[in-house]
Ligand binder design. Structure first.
Ligand code: SF4
Length: 195
């Protein structure tokens, strides 16, 4: 059963163009310094929202909401994500996914059932470890970004502009890659550093 650390019953900003609920999946393998969802980083919270409760809430919102977003944490960390996506899709909701791409194989499994993906890019791929604290995280993210680009699923690439990206021409290099090489838009979000 998917471990959900929290939910937002209604949002207009987490899934472009949709009224959506957000399910915050527990667990993330990375440790970005600016992470605002630290309570979601461990794989088990001890305060998970029961899946049956989530199903009941979504059933009560059928016809009122038109989308559900799986966010986190990192949703693709959980093996039960593809089944959960299929279930929610079967209820008639459009399904969105927020991911940073650490698990390309699971992302690939989810792609056929997704309607929208918001993928966070952390840094130039060769420097990911400086943000995530995890060796080889850039290789996984690169593979996931390729999958997203080729998927045919509507998507958005975005990044959080922390001081590291502002130095050394890094944000400019990312913009060149996404906008010039990939022909896509990179949405740049502000960053509030956590002490
Ligand atoms: S990938 Fe996202 S959830 Fe995971 S540590 Fe980084 S900012 Fe937090």
């Amino acid at each position: 059963m998917l471990e959900i650390g929290g939910l937002l019953p209604f949002t207009t900003i987490d899934y472009p163009g949709r009224l959506a609920a957000v399910l915050f999946c527990q667990g993330c393998p990375w440790r970005c310094g600016y992470c605002h969802n630290r309570h979601l980083l461990p794989t088990m919270s001890g305060t998970a929202v029961p899946w049956l409760e989530i199903m009941a809430l979504l059933r009560s919102r059928c016809g009122l909401l038109d989308g559900v977003v799986f966010s986190g944490g990192e949703p693709t960390m959980q093996a039960d994500l593809p089944d959960a996506i299929r279930t929610v899709k079967g209820m008639g909701f459009a399904v969105g996914l927020h991911t940073a791409g650490p698990y390309p194989a699971r992302l690939l499994e989810c792609l056929p059932h997704l309607d929208w993906i918001g993928m966070d890019l952390k840094a130039p791929f060769e420097e990911y470890e400086r943000i995530t604290g995890v060796p080889d995280s850039g290789a996984a993210a690169r593979t996931s970004a390729e999958l997203v680009r080729r998927s045919g699923v509507s998507h958005q690439f975005r990044t959080t502009l922390d001081p590291f990206l502002e130095e050394g021409g890094r944000i400019e290099a990312m913009q060149r890659m996404v906008e010039k090489e990939w022909g896509e838009k990179l949405v740049v979000q502000g960053c509030t550093l956590i002490s």
